[in-house]
Design a protein around this ligand. Structure first.
Ligand code: BV8
Length: 230
C-alpha cells in the first residue's frame, strides 16, 4: 500500500510553534505575504532576516520538541519504508528530529541557508544578516538567504510529490488549512481510487474532497489513526 502524508503548521502547534492561522497570518504587524517574499527581501533584507532569525532561535529553544504525532509518523515510516513518503509544508526540523527520513520539505528548511549567487545550501543555526560571511568564500559577504520558499517562489520537490500522489493508495493531510498553493492542490493529484483522510482541528476549504475528516489534535489523532492501519 503506497502512503503519502502531507503536514502543515498544525502538526507542530502542540510542540509550541505557533501556526500561521493562530497569528492570523501576521508577524509583528506584518502580513506574511509582505515578509515572506523575494520582493520584501529585496526591499528590506534586515526586516526579512530579523523575521527568520527570530523563528530560527525559537525553533532551537530547548522547550521546542517533536510531539507524539511526529514520532508516530516516524515509526510508521520505519515500518513501511519506501511505501511511505512524508511531504511537509513546515520549515521546522521536528519531523527529522522525531526520526523521519523520507521527507520532502516543499517550502524549504529554517535551519538551512542558501547562497544567492551559487545556490549552494548550508546547514545554518545562527542568525543571518547582511554582514554574514559565506562559509566557503571570505570575499562573499551578505549573500546568504534563508533556504525557504517564499510566496511567489517555486516550491521544492513538486515532481516527486506529483508522482507520489498519482501512485498513492492512501493520502493523509495533517494540520494544514489548505489555503496555500500548490500544497493545497496535492489532494487533487491523487487518483479517485486513493483513500483520502484529513486530520485537522478545523474544517478546511478542501475538507469535502476527503473520504474522512478526523477533527482533533494531531498529537492524539495521528498516533490513533496510524495504529488503526496496523
Ligand atoms: C507558487 C515558507 C508558483 C516560508 C511558506 C491566489 C489564489 C491562490 C494562490 C495564490 C493566490 N495568490 C498567490 C498565490 C500563490 C501562493 C498562495 O498560495 N498564496 C495564498 C496565501 C493564497 N503560493 C505561492 O506563492 C507558492 N508558490 O505558487 O509559485 C507556482 C505554482 C505552482 C507550481 C509552481 C509554481 C509558494 C507558497 C509557499 C510560501 N511559503 N512557508 C515561511 O514559512 O516563512 S507558506 C507557509 O504558510 C507555510 O509553509 C504553510 O504552507 C502556510 C501555512 O499553511 P499551514 O501549514 O496550513 O498552516 P496554517 O496555520 O494555515 O493552518 C494550520 C492548520 O492546522 C489549521 O487548519 C488548524 O485548524 C490546524 N491545527 C492547529 N492546531 C492543530 C491543528 N490541527 C491538528 N492539531 C493541532 N494541534
Amino acid at each position: 500500500m503506497k502512503i503519502l502524508t502531507l503536514t502543515g503548521a498544525g502538526i507542530s502547534a502542540e510542540s509550541g510553534i505557533p501556526t500561521f492561522r493562530d497569528a492570523n497570518g501576521l508577524w509583528e504587524g506584518h502580513r506574511l505575504e509582505d515578509v515572506a517574499t523575494p520582493e520584501a527581501f529585496q526591499r528590506d533584507p534586515d526586516l526579512v532576516h530579523h523575521f527568520y532569525n527570530e523563528r530560527r532561535r525559537q525553533l532551537q529553544h530547548p522547550s521546542i520538541e517533536p510531539n507524539p504525532a511526529h514520532f508516530a509518523l516516524a515509526e510508521f515510516e520505519h515500518q513501511h519504508q519506501d511505501e511511505f513518503l512524508l511531504v511537509t509544508q513546515n520549515i521546522d526540523n521536528l519531523h527529522r528530529r522525531a526520526g523521519s527520513q523520507r521527507i520532502v520539505a516543499m517550502h524549504g528548511e529554517l535551519l538551512k541557508a542558501r547562497c544567492i549567487d551559487s545556490g549552494a545550501i548550508f546547514d545554518w543555526t545562527d542568525d543571518l544578516n547582511r554582514s554574514t560571511v559565506h562559509p566557503g568564500n571570505p570575499d562573499s559577504v551578505g549573500r546568504l538567504r534563508p533556504h525557504v520558499v517564499w510566496f511567489g517562489e517555486m516550491p521544492l520537490g513538486l515532481d516527486e510529490i506529483h508522482e507520489a500522489a498519482a501512485e498513492a493508495d492512501l493520502f493523509i493531510a495533517i494540520g494544514t488549512s489548505a489555503v496555500v498553493y500548490p500544497a493545497a492542490a496535492i489532494v487533487e493529484w491523487t487518483q479517485a481510487s486513493c483513500r483520502r483522510i484529513e486530520i485537522n482541528l478545523d474544517a478546511t476549504p478542501r475538507s469535502p474532497m476527503f473520504d474522512q475528516s478526523i477533527r482533533g489534535k494531531a498529537s492524539v489523532e495521528v498516533p490513533k489513526f496510524l495504529a488503526s492501519l496496523r
